[in-house]
Design a protein around this ligand. Structure first.
Ligand SMILES: [Mn+2]
Length: 271
């Protein structure tokens, strides 16, 4: 077993779109990742816990608890942890400005890399309206852009107060498969533009479950991907270099994880 090996230590790790509380969440894989990787600073870039799914039916296996415990243990061991809520865990937005078990809950963050790049850290759902209306916003300019950002937040606040889930541009775009590629590039462009407006050197986000590190006209666009489908994270090395980490279990580990899940299911059924 490889877990006897010393964990890889990074300056920073960015993780997003874990979706704890859903069957799609790759909790076993994430636990394995967290056993093998640690960092001075860890950013949780939104959609960590899926509040909408939990509302429509409780799904919270032991492995999902273990993920939370593992995160908190990293904090106790000295990692700084910042939690930037997304749209699926927007309930956490009520706690912005507070510290939970050592985890700082923030609306957005600015991360400075070892080589001095200032990166805006934000989940990305705030830009859904901007992405949807990218073409006319570009024509209308600044106030329209600001209005789109504001209306997205307002629109979803009203939906939330009426008990409707967040209107998801990414889910909507995924249904229209032929638009998915356009949607991804529009999202990347909107986020890069947000970095430019903030006079940042780049942006780190999540939301669209598509990991990337890309130069976008002088700003770096970084997306940490997800732990549902692609199982990716972004790591910053000691020298400031950013890298996409793809995490996969070995065949042996996959078998062990499946067996463990089976045992838990049987135990639960017997209880
Ligand atoms: Mn999201």
């Amino acid at each position: 077993m490889s877990h006897e090996r010393e964990p890889t230590h990074y300056r920073t790790l960015f993780l997003s779109d874990i979706h704890l509380g859903t069957r799609g969440c790759q909790a076993e894989l994430l636990l394995d990742f967290l056993r093998h990787n640690e960092a001075d600073t860890i950013y949780l870039v939104g959609d960590i816990i899926d509040g909408w799914r939990l509302k429509s039916g409780w799904y919270w296996p032991q492995a999902h608890n273990d993920v939370v415990q593992k995160f908190l243990r990293q904090v106790r061991k000295g990692s700084r942890m910042l939690y930037v809520p997304g749209n699926h865990d927007e309930f956490a937005r009520d706690f912005i400005g507070t510290v939970f078990g050592g985890v700082e809950v923030v609306d957005r963050a600015y991360h400075v890399t070892a080589d001095g790049k200032r990166l805006l850290v934000v989940h990305g759902d705030q830009f859904d309206m901007v992405v949807k209306h990218a073409r006319w916003l570009a024509a209308l300019g600044d106030w329209a852009y600001t209005f789109a950002l504001w209306s997205n937040i307002g629109f979803n606040k009203i939906r939330r107060s009426l008990g409707f889930p967040y209107w998801s541009l990414s889910a909507w775009a995924k249904l229209k498969v032929k638009n998915a590629v356009n949607f991804i590039s529009a999202f990347e462009e909107a986020l890069a533009e947000a970095a430019r407006r903030d006079e940042a050197d780049g942006v780190v986000c999540g939301h669209i479950h598509h990991a990337a590190i890309r130069d976008m006209g002088g700003v770096v666009y970084v997306n940490s991907g997800d732990f549902v489908e692609s199982c990716t994270a972004i790591a910053e090395h000691a020298d400031g270099r950013l890298e996409i980490v793809h995490w996969q279990l070995t065949a042996v580990q996959q078998k062990a994880a499946a067996a463990a899940a089976q045992v838990r299911a049987v135990t639960k059924a017997a209880a």
